[in-house]
Design a protein around this ligand. Structure first.
Ligand SMILES: Cc1cc2nc3c(=O)[nH]c(=O)nc-3n(C[C@H](O)[C@H](O)[C@H](O)COP(=O)(O)OP(=O)(O)OC[C@H]3O[C@@H](n4cnc5c(N)ncnc54)[C@H](O)[C@@H]3O)c2cc1C
Length: 481
């Protein structure tokens, strides 16, 4: 779908405002706030629609199909890839105000609206002695609808998996406006094709989620945290692999390279290990029953003694101090450049060291810092390429370095995204990852469900040079955090 003609857009907007009244927002500031996500690539929509209920949502979809208006669904707008940018204008469907949570403590299920913030669900579950494990770092800002549409991961995916592992059932609308329900709010359901899983991770291109039933599990009774320092990245990564082979399954296993740690220590003006500044670090969190943790803690202590140059450990009371460096490292690396490419790649364990050697060489050959940290137990490393936006040559080098990185990830048997998705940012690399037959199969599903290409057009399959757009300097909610 391309842009609608001005007269078509005006007729569509007229019909929308007369049907939905005050649920349609036309002010420039409202449209600008809905024009981008965390990639900061802004395209102005004609309107932002905040439907009061499903009746209004359905009517909006009817009009969008009638007039051929693109619709981009929006939750917290925190996506990293431009998936939430209304690339072809049209209407942004904002569901961030749909926020009800209903917990069934007998079945351990939560029925939630798509605008519920992930952290709000975590807190509601904990109040009932239950646990919603998916834990993206953006949990205070992102929504369940966005998490499902991107299959968000996070810090606890090592042990608990990603959002997909907790979605029991979905309700919502097909792009053509028919209401549908995939799965059922029950413990078991084996009826028909599994279109629920097709919607998960489909980046708002195959349907609109209006309700999700999510699995909750018993809240772990105890946690225990280790912060471990290594002489370099290779020592840390090979020790991590041996830990994984020992079958110990921590809730979090976070790696930070020396560039990242040095930035974080300068930012916080405090060293993780005062006598050993700037070392490669690994943060490990165990959770579970206290007696199981006790055993695992001994095993982990023995591992750290034999592999590391220093380590510290803490129970729940002291854990935050050990987590501090990990929590600030994303922000701290802006001392190396005012812009970063944050690539959430995944590689198999046998390639961990090769990836780190490669990122260091990449940084040296393109003369750009490449601090790397990530979720080591699932191979989901965040490789950052830092540069200054005002430096045209550095921008060009960053673009070239990114292409080389993506090719290397594929060569190492990896994937170009483990949790952020494709959106616009990774659309240029989609054909590196998928064959023509695979992409055609995906496109035929898109055509079948969305014959008029209404929902989120221009994403994933169409390579977009994000470089050709100016990144907005607008402050987003998490920038203040
Ligand atoms: C500081 C920061 C830290 C982050 N950390 C992590 C992390 O640890 N792990 C991780 O996985 N991601 C992380 N992210 C990325 C981002 O938070 C996730 O991708 C998140 O799932 C997006 O949720 P959202 O509500 O903001 O979605 P949005 O940005 O609003 O939308 C994302 C996509 O979902 C679609 N969508 C939204 N709602 C619906 C709906 N109801 N129905 C259908 N489609 C819908 C949109 O069209 C879009 O394609 C981080 C981002 C930031 C800014």
């Amino acid at each position: 779908m391309g842009k609608a003609s001005p007269s078509q857009s005006n007729a569509a907007l007229g019909a929308l405002t007369s049907s939905l009244g005050s649920s349609v927002m036309l002010k420039k500031e409202d449209r600008y706030a809905a024009s981008m996500d965390n990639l900061r690539l802004s395209v102005m929509p004609d309107a932002v629609v905040r439907p009061a209920d499903e009746v209004e949502l359905k009517e909006m979809l009817r009009l969008a199909n009638k007039y051929g208006v693109p619709v981009t669904t929006r939750g917290g707008g925190s996506a990293a890839t431009g998936a939430t940018t209304p690339l072809h204008g049209g209407w942004v469907l904002d569901l961030s105000h749909w926020q009800s949570i209903d917990i069934d403590t007998t079945l351990g299920l939560a029925k939630v609206h798509p605008g519920v913030r992930t952290a709000a669900l975590q807190r509601a579950a904990e109040a009932e002695g239950l646990f919603y494990p998916p834990d993206p770092s953006s949990a205070e800002f992102c929504t369940i609808g966005g998490n499902i549409a991107t299959n968000a991961g996070g810090l606890r995916a090592a042990k608990y998996g990603t959002t997909r592992d907790y979605v029991v059932a979905l309700r919502g609308f097909l792009p053509t406006g028919e209401p549908v329900r995939w799965g059922a709010p029950l413990k078991k359901c084996a009826t028909g094709f599994n279109l629920r899983d097709l919607w998960i991770g489909s980046e708002g291109m195959l349907g609109i989620i209006t309700e999700a039933t999510l699995k909750l599990i018993p809240k772990p009774k105890a946690r225990y945290t280790f912060l471990v320092a290594f002489k370099d990245e290779i020592a840390a990564l090979s020790a991590i692999r041996r830990l994984m082979e020992s079958r110990l399954l921590p809730a979090a296993l976070e790696f930070m390279d020396r560039q990242t740690v040095a930035c974080a220590e300068r930012y916080s003006k405090e060293e993780a290990f005062p006598s050993l500044p700037g070392q490669a670090l690994v943060l490990i969190e165990l959770d579970g029953h206290p007696s199981a943790i006790d055993d695992e803690r001994k095993q982990l202590s023995a591992w750290a003694k034999s592999e590391a140059i220093a380590f510290e450990e803490a129970d729940a009371g002291g854990a935050e101090r050990l987590w501090r460096i990990r929590r600030i490292c994303s922000q701290a690396m802006f001392e190396l450049g005012d812009a970063k490419l944050n690539e959430d790649i995944v590689i198999p364990p046998q390639s961990y060291e090769a990836l780190l050697i490669f990122t260091q060489e990449l940084g040296a050959s393109f003369n750009l810092p490449t601090p790397t940290f990530g979720h080591a137990a699932d191979g989901n490393f965040h490789v950052h390429i830092m540069y200054h936006r005002s430096n045209e040559d550095a921008c060009k080098r960053a673009e070239e370095a990114l292409q080389v990185l993506m090719e290397k990830v594929i060569a190492l048997g990896g994937v170009i995204s483990g949790e952020h998705g494709i959106g616009l940012a990774k659309s240029s690399f989609f054909t590196l990852q998928h064959s023509t037959a695979e992409i055609e199969a995906m496109q035929s599903i898109k055509r079948a469900l969305d014959p008029k290409n209404i929902l989120n057009p221009g994403k994933m399959f169409t390579p977009t040079r994000v470089w050709d757009y100016r990144a907005e300097s607008f402050r987003l909610p998490w920038d203040h955090a």
